[in-house]
Design a protein. Structure first.
Ligand SMILES: Cc1cc2nc3c(=O)[nH]c(=O)nc-3n(C[C@H](O)[C@H](O)[C@H](O)COP(=O)(O)O)c2cc1C
Ligand code: SF4
Length: 488
């Protein structure tokens, strides 16, 4: 099975002319020549599912946003380019190699849902992607593609939570990237409270508990949030039709997906494959297979879902097949662990990453998360016993209590699955039968250079209060923010 080139072109178009020469622009042209309902029906028929991690049907989301259009306030399309899932580098690769497709997809979305504003949310650290994207936006403006649409490129914070869609909207609104409770089509960017347009910004309610409702005095413009890869797929769906899109992939997961493969492989890589391709083949195609002389022991799909064991490596890469084995596809970032990797060290590293990145609006997520990370660090250093392992299990039961976003469940999924599937290794550490090891570095990728994955090594210094101070203040980011607001 070969690599496919739909959103990752074999030769990246350097200019708008190059992009046009390969059919670029035809999707927008077709969308503008027809009505919104027809475009949405085509997207629905294609079965395109959001590539940000949850696999939500894109057509269904567009229909909901279009139906909730406000006569008074602007609808906004927000492009989620915040990519920070450990083991994932696909959106940044698309932005580097095919930015015009992302811009075209976003403009098609805007014209379809009636948006007059498009916001691209990237991280301020994504220098090459910001440059490529800005050039593509300029090209689109010069070609008249963006007429009547304000396009903004927003440089957001480095935090993992910034990729969570409601946190991204908070950041765009000028606040900390803390998740909200309401879905974004109910609570869009630049919320307005009747009679006091600035109340939200001054209220300190950075992740407001109140739901958007006209009778609560809140007018919330609908906002469509889609992932970079989702939107990069849109132009071809509109130009070539749903049947063409479905000519690759499975019934429930049509099309292709851009995978990142890192870890114990011959090389690190990013490549586009047909949905439904067995994971073993993806590891071979994109990563050159496991290191010679070793076998795959486990594969993580980022830090969101249950870790796969060796027996599950032939699972097809699709939403339904990954769900059927109790895991998830996430953003198709596959981290491969071979027989030399200590899975308890991986659990400790993943737990630490999630606990540090937790914002602390929900106490169990932060406090139990940090406690789990500490306990696991002790276990992998072989300094802890059976009682500590019992405590990890106990804390895992409560860590997601009252959680307003998925991050707390990620602790349960990832750590729970490692404890469950690699119990013998865990037992060896608690009984003193395993060599002590340090927690593994689990952090976001800063680059995939050549064949090498570069992880953010600074993350080990990041404190749970999101500073890089020598000492942890003991405060959660949400508490620091509240204190800061109260003082100012
Ligand atoms: C902790 C967390 C981090 C996330 N990070 C990203 C991200 O970096 N990029 C992204 O597109 N979606 C991310 N998501 C998913 C988004 O919340 C959202 O589902 C997605 O942007 C919707 O777009 P889609 O429907 O096109 O997939 C994250 C979710 C969570 C809970
Ligand atoms: S679940 Fe965790 S990361 Fe999500 S909002 Fe609550 S404290 Fe923050």
């Amino acid at each position: 099975m070969p690599l496919i080139h739909r959103v990752l072109p074999p030769t990246p178009p350097a200019t708008l002319e190059d992009y046009r020469a390969t059919g670029g622009g035809k999707g927008l042209q077709a969308a503008l020549a027809t009505d919104a309902d027809t475009v949405i029906a085509e997207i629905e028929a294609s079965g395109l599912r959001g590539r940000g991690g949850a696999g939500f049907p894109t057509g269904q989301k567009w229909r909901a946003v279009a139906a909730n259009r406000s006569s008074e306030l602007t609808t906004t399309v927000v492009v989620n380019g915040a990519e920070g899932e450990p083991g994932t580098f696909k959106d940044r690769t698309i932005l580097r190699t095919n930015p015009h497709a992302v811009v075209e997809g976003a403009l098609i979305a805007a014209s379809t849902v009636g948006a007059t504003q498009v916001v691209f949310g990237l991280k301020h650290t994504f220098a090459p992607e910001l440059a490529r994207l800005r050039a593509a936006v300029d090209d689109a403006r010069a070609a008249g593609w963006a007429d009547g649409i304000e396009v903004i490129v927003f440089e957001g914070p480095e935090e993992y939570l910034y990729g969570e869609e409601t946190a991204l909207l908070e950041a765009v609104d000028g606040r900390m990237p803390f998740p909200r409770i309401a879905p974004p089509f109910r609570r869009g960017v630049t919320e307005v409270v009747e009679g006091d347009a600035d109340l939200w910004s001054r209220s300190g309610l950075s992740a407001h508990v109140e739901m958007a409702a006209p009778d609560a005095g809140i007018i919330a413009p609908p906002t469509l949030v889609n992932n970079v890869e989702t939107l990069a797929n849109v132009p071809a769906v509109v130009a070539r039709g749903a049947a063409w899109f479905r000519s690759e992939g499975t019934d429930e997961s049509p099309g292709t997906i851009v995978c990142t493969v890192t870890g114990s492989t011959v090389r690190a890589g990013v490549g586009e494959i047909a949905m439904g391709t067995p994971l073993r083949d993806v590891i071979e195609l994109v990563g050159g297979g496991v290191r010679p002389g070793h076998r795959v022991k486990a594969v993580a799909t980022g830090v969101s879902n249950a870790v796969l064991s060796e027996e599950q490596i032939d699972t097809p890469v699709s939403y339904e097949a990954m769900a059927a084995i109790g895991s998830g596809l996430g953003s198709a970032g596959f981290v491969v662990f071979d027989d030399e990797v200590d899975m308890v060290a991986v659990a400790a590293g993943a737990s630490r990453f999630l606990a540090v990145e937790s914002c602390g609006q929900c106490r169990p997520c932060k406090q139990d998360g940090l406690a789990i990370a500490d306990l696991l660090a002790g276990i992998c250093r072989s300094e802890a016993g059976e009682h500590d392992l019992d405590l990890v299990h106990e804390r895992l039961q409560f860590v997601a209590d009252g959680a307003r976003c998925f991050l707390a469940y990620q602790q349960q999924n990832v750590i729970g699955s490692i404890l469950d599937r690699f119990g013998t290794e865990v037992e060896a550490h608690v009984s003193g039968g395993a060599a002590p090891v340090e927690p593994a570095l689990v952090s976001e990728l800063v680059d995939v250079e050549g064949d090498v994955a570069v992880l953010n090594e600074d993350h080990v210094r990041k404190q749970p209060d999101w500073t890089y101070d020598e000492e942890y203040s003991g405060q959660a980011p949400a508490d620091r923010d509240a204190e800061h607001r109260a003082a100012s």
